[in-house]
Design a protein around this ligand. Sequence first.
Ligand code: AMP
Ligand code: MG
Length: 668
Amino acid sequence: MLRNRIIPRSTPRILSTNPPLRRVQFQQPAHRMASSTTNGAGADVGASINDILKSWNFTSKLPADALYPTPADSHKTPRGEIGPRMVRDAIFTWVRPQPVKDPELLAVSPAAMRDLGIRPGDEKNPDFVATVAGNKIQGWNEEKGEGGYPWAQCYGGFQFGSWAGQLGDGRAISLFETTNPETGVRYELQLKGAGLTPYSRFADGKAVLRSSIREFVVSEALNALGIPTTRALSLTLLPDEKVRRETIEPGAIVARFAQSWLRIGNFDILRSRGDRKNIRRLATYLAEDVFGGWENLSARLEDPDKPTESPAPQRGVPSDKIEGPSESAENRFTRLYREVARRNALTVAKWQAYGFMNGVLNTDNTSLYGLSIDFGPFAFMDNFDPMYTPNHDDSLLRYSYRNQPSIIWWNLVRLGESLGELLGAGEGVDKKKFVEDGVEEDEASELIARAEKIITQTGEEYKAVFLGEYKRVMTARLGLKNFKESDFDQLFSELLDAMEALELDFNLFFRRLSSVKISELESEQARQDKAAVFFYQDGVTGSGGEEEGRKRMGAWLERWRQRILEDWGDGSSVSEEADAQRTDAMKKVNPNFIPRSWILDEVIRRVEKGKERDVIDRLMIMALNPFEDSWAGREFNGKTYEGDKEEETRWTADVPRVGRAMQCSCSS
Ligand code: AMP
Ligand code: MG
């Protein structure tokens, strides 16, 4: 009898043998509607943070750390005694945030308030501030010693390709789940920087203001761009907390929320301990509770009656119709695995299409829900360079832009290994003997072969979903209505090669292209003249300089013009009206503002050193409404927004030379 059999690792060849994948795009996902930031935020909408609908499904359905079997056991333990240790046979530990002195609420995201169903203005309520600072435990009845209680998750992870053992929520503490009655979407609210937990290892459980500003802004910016991500509700300064990093820095807490905070690392740790019972339990929880039921998962591929489209409805990820593998002994756990893979394929495709890099794509930073998660040394691409990584410590470029799709697949292979037994068991997955005792020795090789086949097939599906999504988003970003096979080489690849050679700014290119009129591109001379709008004001820094740049971009503009004529006109001309519609459509997918590293650095400096506060709200308005032409003087959240014209012009213009392709370290 072979208990706790864990499938050996299969090589993640699926993407690494291919030419480097370079980039992707997106359609208006359903969740954009539910999370748009400008409309409908009437003052009477929503409830106080005290009154929003709360639940604790995660902790009621999954096993707690046996040292504190109930919230009361944890609550009566002096806070200072709850510190780092190894936690086995558990998915989480009950632990309350460390109380803090004089928290100062710096900012909230109006979009987050709306999506959580919290009333605008409730941020002025002392209970709101106490909750997001960790001083008030919502749901807990102090007198009776019962109720809902905060918790930290146990997970592990492969960091930079090596097994790192137990990690877990070392400074993040979840407070409760809350369901927005309007949208039906349930989120889990969590405080990052809330003190030591059993998972803090050698660290202090705190977060610094610098990285908290970055996470607060980028979470909301990605969401506004339509990229699945964890979100941020508030940013709180802890003036009393002095945090030691390279220097002493002010502490802060971000209240962040997501449909799920589960990561591939949650399964990694269970697998490393041979905890097959909890692997099954967590997988079942993920399917039934997080994805809302097995029936919502990717369809059985060999079932002709069901369409192959997925993922689950209503959760904010657009579906597509890419064909997956044609046959496999699929059971429900295989469909769960495929669901996670497909969601991640869609998300990484959008990262590539918008030039976003996470910077640390370890398995503990790879979401099972397919969200962008855990923002450390992230960045948006400035001048296009596929080898760029924003992570100063990533000397091997493991997490560089061009590697992101392959690395996410590498991480998904680790997940396949953790789920391997359940995948490979096929129809026999619910047999009593298998459930209780595991795999028989004489069945092991067959089971392993089946699991490996499923993982390999899922890799093909991942690649297909990724490419389909990438093409879709790029097609939209270039203002085309339809993708043609020849576009991949002739438009996408040639554009990226030219951008790389000429060192052009990736995101500014698309925004500026949106406003170029087809009537301005009729002669070769006109195209070469127009090409200059894509160059940095201080000149072309890339190879060949300005002259070469004009020729190359001029030639590309001609190919692009031909495709626009095909898609928006009759093949040889396009009406002014249709061309204006094309401009409008492009501006809806090509942001005018993205929170670049240099802008975040400027804001951090002004908040920390200059004690400025309003600048965070201004940055947030732009991040939440990235497709606008301008912001100052316009109406947002039902109010005329004063803004700062000079600042917004600077923040949407060329990146200053010293601010391009910045890198930062992991210390946060
Ligand atoms: P990250 O690189 O931020 O994804 O973190 C990796 C692991 O280290 C996670 O388990 C974090 O919770 C933990 N961690 C990072 N920084 C701290 C900190 N200051 N205190 C406690 N745990 C931390
Ligand atoms: Mg992490």
